[in-house]
Design a protein around this ligand. Structure first.
Ligand SMILES: Cc1cc2nc3c(=O)[nH]c(=O)nc-3n(C[C@H](O)[C@H](O)[C@H](O)COP(=O)(O)O)c2cc1C
Length: 175
């Protein structure tokens, strides 16, 4: 079974999550390609898709939204899972909880892909990489810098996907 793992990332931390998801799926014997959303050519060769994006001001990044639309059009019916990477900071803070709300685009993403699920995963924020307005936003929202990614949560979510895929026969492909 061939699986596409694809994620839009501005500063690389969501791309690293995609790599760990891929490692878990591979360790279960699945044939996994990790390709950025804008670089995906044919979708037809994939039996399943795990698609994610970093969240900025409540939204997925455009290339990941574009790929979700393509998945819905080009390979309708194949299993899809979505993840968002975003919340940073102490999860007991109200601001951080608000940050962790589902991205605004989620209903449309579900509608396009008929995804089987969505997982919000904690993110990473490095102020040195930010410029201009984003850096100013960080100044206002002090205390949210750092790497909050929970690798156990990433791995167990990926394992739950592998378990479903290993119990699913590959879809017949039109050639
Ligand atoms: C200006 C700005 C806005 C952000 N908005 C959100 C948001 O609305 N929700 C959220 O969960 N995370 C938000 N974040 C946190 C990022 O999603 C987080 O840092 C993520 O891990 C970045 O991933 P990347 O390195 O792949 O770009 C924001 C970060 C910045 C700098």
């Amino acid at each position: 079974m061939k699986v596409l793992v694809s994620a839009s990332s501005r500063y690389g931390s969501t791309a690293e999550i995609a790599q760990v998801v891929a490692e878990v799926l591979r360790s279960d014997g699945l044939d996994v390609s990790v390709v950025e959303p804008g670089a995906v050519e044919s979708l037809e060769t994939f039996d399943a898709v795990v698609l994610g994006s970093a969240v900025y001001t409540g939204h997925w990044l455009a290339p990941a939204i574009g790929l979700a639309e393509r998945v819905g059009r080009e390979i309708p019916g194949r299993p899809v899972w979505l993840f968002s990477s975003g919340p940073v900071g102490d999860p007991s803070r109200k601001l951080v909880q608000q940050m962790g709300a589902d991205p605004v685009d989620l209903p449309a993403l579900f509608q396009a892909t008929r995804a089987r699920g969505h997982r919000m995963l904690a993110g990473k924020l490095d102020s040195h990489k930010l410029r201009g307005l984003q850096r100013a936003a960080l100044f206002i929202m002090r205390g949210i810098e750092g790497d909050f990614r929970d690798w156990d949560a990433v791995r167990s979510w990926a394992q739950s996907i592998a378990d479903v895929l290993l119990a699913t026969p590959a879809a017949p492909r039109s050639r």
